[in-house]
Design a protein around this ligand. Structure first.
Ligand SMILES: Cc1cc2nc3c(=O)[nH]c(=O)nc-3n(C[C@H](O)[C@H](O)[C@H](O)COP(=O)(O)O)c2cc1C
Length: 229
């Protein structure tokens, strides 16, 4: 297999355009120095009063595969998931339309038909193994923080993913990796308290994986931003 080495960081606009959710990975792990570099860059994210309300646990290699297997087994029991922060779900209107658009792009790329429930379940379960990525970062919101600080955490996550993208490292933010926090706490020996908000799969893209052919678009600027004079 071709060894992938660190490239020169891309410029900012190229990085923004290059980042997308990658759902198929090569087994190659990041060099430890590069790992530290991207997480150091992520910590430059702003936060209210600079409290930096995030706590990150990176899980790699066989430890991640074991965790993925446990989460997949748990999901297959059919028992309801118990995330620290409940999912809203049931999107309507424009939110639903955008959700359908992203699902169409992904399942279309993977050749999974709308009525192929088994195929969709299989595709969903790949989430729980972080899409086979060699690493996943689990990002927690410490106590007693809530909605406002979760916004800071979102900025941190995006800063991290952009730092990675600029260096040719692929990623995918995953709400799905927050569905079974009790298993993650048990595997990592973590205490109750901090709320798991998301996982982020990362590593080097397997460009031959069909899921990675998916592309999403964005709403028109006028639908998202109002400029007031
Ligand atoms: C907080 C967050 C949670 C997400 N959760 C998932 C997930 O569980 N599974 C998944 O496949 N993609 C997930 N995504 C990726 C989105 O589907 C993706 O960002 C969106 O469709 C836009 O596509 P792009 O990232 O390729 O630009 C998540 C993204 C964010 C920011």
């Amino acid at each position: 297999m071709t060894q992938i080495t660190q490239t020169r960081p891309m410029d900012f606009d190229t990085t923004l355009a290059a980042r997308r959710s990658v759902r198929g990975y090569l087994p190659q792990e990041l060099e430890p120095a590069l790992m530290r570099e991207v997480f150091s860059l992520a910590s430059l994210a702003p936060s209210n009063c600079n409290v930096q309300p995030w706590e990150t646990h990176v899980v790699s290699g066989t430890a991640l595969r074991a965790l993925g297997a446990a989460m997949t087994e748990r999901a297959k029991t059919g028992k309801p998931a118990a995330p620290d922060v409940p999912m809203v779900g049931g999107y309507t209107g424009v939110w639903r339309a955008r959700q359908i658009g992203s699902a169409k792009a992904l399942y279309g790329a993977m050749g999974i038909a709308r009525d192929d429930h088994e195929g969709r379940t299989e595709a969903f379960l790949r989430n729980l193994d972080a899409f086979g990525a060699p690493h996943a970062a689990f990002v927690f919101l410490p106590e007693p923080f809530g909605l406002r600080e979760a916004a800071d955490l979102g900025g941190y996550a995006q800063t991290l993913m952009l730092a990675m993208a600029s260096r040719g490292i692929a990623s995918c933010a995953q709400g799905a990796l927050s569905l079974y926090p009790e298993l993650i706490r048990a595997h990592l020996g973590l205490a109750e308290g901090p709320k798991l908000i998301m996982g982020i799969a990362f590593g080097y893209e397997d460009t031959s994986h069909p899921a990675n052919a998916a592309r999403t678009d964005r709403a028109a600027l006028e639908d998202l931003v109002s400029f007031h004079a």
